[in-house]
Design a protein around this ligand. Structure first.
Ligand code: PEP
Ligand code: MN
Length: 481
């Protein structure tokens, strides 16, 4: 503790402060300057509020030297904390995406959310079963039924579950269904709840209070740590300021500040941080660039009809798009991120030797999504009979509905097809099996497609027998010729 005396404070006043410091078990070092006397105290300052000295007569100001939190401080674990849940690490090299609806509303809603989160490369599905609503008349959540639905949906896609615990009576239920327990902004200083959560062995995601300082957030984390639960993840979710355009003001500076002051991982929630769907993606990008260890994002299959926080919930395709953008941002700041799954639905254009083999190989590798084909009637019939594709479609339908378009045709055909793929959206990847890349890449550039075009590796093979001819059918001599 540093106590600075007023200019000209009498010796009696200085002695009074020294006596008080000694009484509080500080060892006092005095420095008498020309203008001010400064008292340096080494002792139990985490227990003492500097204001106790500031109100004393003759004192100008008093400051702590050390932080008031110990276990949450960076000094406690200079290397940082990695929270591990199954194969997911939060605070490690990977930036972890957590997404889902504000509230679990129905089986179908949460099932679709899990599908989208997994497709976006997310590792955790979020969803409230107990909702802290500002109004008692708003939807309050589905309770245990909601948790059950979310657990099932998560398990179908190998995702972890995070859900909010509002009260210590809900802890046993949460332990059963949820992998991470979220403490909401309104409960950040519910110290009884924090004490109860310090006794369990599941990670806690602690959200910053609506009007909490970073120091208060770290002191709340200290409650959980000091009771023996070291698995704490902090979350910046926006604070209340005089700005009224956004729901809250997303305090991105909290991310590097927390990383400096604490060893605990910090994730960002740009959904509550802004309250507006159109602001979520830019702030999510910025949070990752600022070093966030993860993102907690609200996403809803039909946000216009969501029972809570629809205006700030991304649409499914926006989450996929965000994930794509983060693939570029995360590596720029030394982080990895699980790529979005581009193979949700596949279209093979040209179901011959290469196209047909590709479809069969996808099925052999366990791909369970739809595979459609664009080809001659005969090849479609053969592809369907062999299980390489599910059905034939037009080129327009293939472009509009597939996340991966594979052009397995001769070069002259590929050059004709590329300009017709304008119906493929920015979430689609187009690749090809043509053997000459220059012309094909040039045609893709000229066609100004919304979809991503990535020239594929040319393949070789004998066209002598079409798609019925697979590798195992070739003789050794043919394979090496
Ligand atoms: C939520 O995550 O849906 C939520 C209620 O968040 P917060 O506690 O940050 O308001
Ligand atoms: Mn919400």
């Amino acid at each position: 503790m540093i106590v600075v005396m007023e200019e000209g404070a009498s010796e009696a006043l200085v002695q009074q402060v020294i006596d008080r410091m000694v009484e509080m078990e500080f060892t006092v070092h005095r420095s008498t300057g020309l203008v001010h006397t400064v008292l340096g105290g080494v002792g139990p300052e985490e227990r003492i509020d500097p204001q106790e000295f500031e109100v004393m007569e003759g004192v100008k100001e008093a400051h702590r030297i050390m932080s008031p939190y110990k276990l949450a401080s960076r000094h406690f674990r200079p290397g940082g904390t990695v929270v591990r849940v199954r194969d997911v690490e939060i605070g490690g090299e990977e930036m972890v995406l957590m997404a889902g609806p504000c509230s679990v509303e129905s089986k179908e809603q949460i099932r679709r959310c899990a599908e989208v989160v997994a497709e976006a490369g997310g590792k955790v599905i979020r969803g409230g079963a107990f909702k802290p609503r500002s109004s008692p008349y708003s939807f309050q959540g589905l309770g245990e039924e909601g948790l059950q639905m979310m657990r099932e949906a998560a398990d179908a896609h190998g995702l972890l579950v995070i859900s909010e615990v509002m009260d210590s009576s809900q802890i046993p239920l949460m332990m059963r269904y949820s992998d991470l327990l979220q403490v909401g902004a309104r409960n950040m200083q519910n110290f009884n709840l924090l004490r109860e959560l310090s006794k369990i062995r599941k990670p806690i995601l602690l959200k910053r209070g609506i009007a909490a300082t970073i120091e208060e957030l770290l002191l709340s984390a200290e409650y959980v740590l000091s009771g023996g639960n070291y698995e704490v993840i902090l979350c910046e979710r926006g604070i209340r300021t005089f700005e009224s355009y956004t729901r809250n003001t997303m305090d991105l500076s909290a991310i590097p500040v927390v990383h400096k002051l604490s060893h605990l991982p910090i994730v960002a929630d740009p959904s509550h941080g802004t309250g507006r769907r159109d602001q979520v993606i830019p702030m999510a990008r910025a949070a990752v660039a600022a070093g966030a260890d993860g993102l907690l994002v609200e996403m809803h299959p039909d946000p216009d009809h969501a029972l809570s926080d629809g205006a700030q919930s991304l649409r499914p395709e926006q989450l996929i798009e965000l994930s794509r953008q983060l693939q570029m941002i995360a590596p720029a700041v030394g982080r990895k991120m699980q790529p979005a799954d581009i193979m949700e639905s596949v279209a093979i254009v040209g179901v011959g030797l290469i196209g047909g083999s590709f479809g069969l190989a996808l099925r052999e590798a366990g791909f369970a999504g739809p595979i459609v084909g664009v080809s001659s009637e005969r090849s479609i019939a053969e592809g369907v009979a062999r299980g390489a594709i599910d059905r034939g479609v037009t080129l327009e339908e293939a472009a509009a509905t597939s996340s991966l378009l594979y052009l397995a045709q001769p070069i002259s055909k590929i050059l004709e097809v590329i300009p017709k793929l304008g119906g493929a959206g920015s979430g689609t990847l187009i690749t090809d099996a043509g053997s000459t890349k220059g012309m094909i890449a040039e045609r893709a550039r000229e066609s100004k497609l919304a979809a991503q075009f990535l020239g594929g590796h040319p393949m070789a093979g004998k066209e002598s027998r079409g798609q019925e001819r697979r590798k195992q059918d070739y003789s050794e001599a043919e394979l090496t010729s």
